[in-house]
Every structure is written in C-alpha cells, then in structure tokens.
Design a protein around this ligand. Structure first.
Ligand code: MG
Ligand code: MG
Length: 248
C-alpha cells in the first residue's frame, strides 16, 4: 500500500500523539507505580488530543497500552502489577487520528537496572535504528529484518520469530508482515508512500515464546529478559521518516 501525501499528513498527526504517549509514560515510570496507572497516563493524552485508542477494544483488549515487564515480551495487560526497582518495562502504545494509525513501543529501566538489562535495551534500540536505516526506496523489505537480526545476534541475543512488525495505515495491522529476521527471501521492493511499523523483540536467551493463560501476555519460554522497540516509519523520497518520534 502506498499512501498519498494527505494520508501521510494524517499519519504524522497520529504519530505525534503516539510520541507524546511515549514521552509521558516514560516520565511516569518509577518504582511503586502500577501498570494500570501508566495506562491512565496514556488515556489522558489520547483524550486531551482528541484522538482515539487503537489498542482499547482490539480483539477485546482492555487498555490503551500494553505493559510487559522483564521476561514478558509483548501484549501485557495493565493492572495491579507494581513496578519494582531493577525491572525493565516494555510499553507498547498507539493512537488513531482522522482514521489513521500510529504504533510505537519502547523498553525502559525502572530505577537502576543491571548492566545486562541495560545492554539488552540498548542493543534492541540499536537494532531498530539499523532497521530504519534500511527503509529506502528500492531496498528489499526483508533487509529490515536482516538488519535487526544482525545487530541482535552479534550481541549474543536472539530475535523473536512468532511476532513481527506490519504495515500500518487505516488499520493498525496491515500487510505486509515485517519479520525481524531474514526469512529466506528478499521480499518486495520498498516504495515511496509505504508505511511500516517496525518492532524488534529481542530476547537475552532463546527466541521461543509462551502465551500466558490470560490469552494476551507473551513471555520468553526460558525466562530470560526481553526488550521491544517500535516506530511507525514512512518510506519517502528523502529517506525514512519516523512519525512516532517527537520533533526535537
Ligand atoms: Mg506496537
Ligand atoms: Mg505494532
């Protein structure tokens, strides 16, 4: 799908709302806060900016963000979990503006964390940067995942296979899938107007995942820590444009 310039403008606006959710939730993270309180921070931003949540009600999901601590990879439900000093917490969030979606995620430390946890977050963040650098017209889609995999595996980590990034536009999840690994073929050529949500999920241990009985939360099968970073990015004539980052 190639978006027109007026569609891209709507996605830029959605992205700015998502960027504010990223910033506000990040500023609220501290030992003692619950994940439900972090959801309230996101709800306030969405409401104040006149946006809508794309997470709330998605297949029945009960909140506007996903909150996934420590060995939880993605899709954690905000609730009574109290963040503790030394945790890492992954926050996945999104918003809809004028029918167009933004989607982004990050993993942050709660207070002071171990050097191992800090390194995992830094490498995962770097793997997203390396992936974004591939989003140029004419490149092949699967170079994106190859870049993630190269960065993660060179650091001794593994990339989750069971969950992937995606196209995004008038729905949160659109074709194509954006694997975070080389799937064995180069995939389609990237074109100006393509918009993708690229979201490496990197495990300190092995890549296998387990879904918990709540039907949402996904954890590492081996109990190792996991980090998750995501942005919504357009392929433009000037190169990759990240929509879900504050203009700084
Ligand atoms: Mg997301
Ligand atoms: Mg996503």
């Amino acid at each position: 799908m190639r978006r027109t310039e007026s569609e891209l403008d709507k996605m830029r606006r959605a992205g700015r709302v998502v960027a504010e959710i990223l910033e506000r939730t990040r500023a609220a993270i501290r030992p003692g806060i619950t994940t439900l309180e972090l959801d309230a921070v996101s709800r306030e931003v969405i409401e104040r900016r006149g946006a809508r949540s794309n997470f709330l009600g998605y297949h029945g999901f009960p909140a506007t963000i996903c909150t996934s601590p420590n060995d939880m990879i993605v899709h954690g439900i905000p609730g009574s979990y109290v963040l503790e000093e030394g945790d890492i917490i992954s926050i996945d969030c999104g918003a809809i503006v004028e029918g167009y979606h933004g989607d982004a995620a990050y993993t942050a430390p709660v207070g002071t964390v171990s050097a191992a946890a800090a390194r995992l977050m830094e490498v995962t963040r770097h793997s997203l940067s390396a992936a974004i650098d591939e989003l140029h017209e004419g490149n092949r889609l699967h170079e994106v995942g190859a870049a993630v995999q190269r960065v993660a595996e060179e650091a001794g980590y593994s990339v989750v296979r069971n969950y992937v990034g995606h196209g995004i536009g008038t729905a949160m999840h659109e074709a194509p899938s954006v694997p975070n690994y080389w799937p064995g073929s180069p995939g389609p050529k990237l074109k100006v107007g393509n918009v993708l949500a690229v979201e490496p999920m990197v495990n300190a241990g092995k890549p296998e995942t387990v879904e918990l009985p709540d039907g949402w939360s996904v954890v590492t099968a081996d109990g190792s820590l996991s980090a998750h970073f995501e942005h919504t990015i357009a392929v433009t004539e000037k190169g990759p444009e990240v929509f879900t980052m504050a203009d700084v």
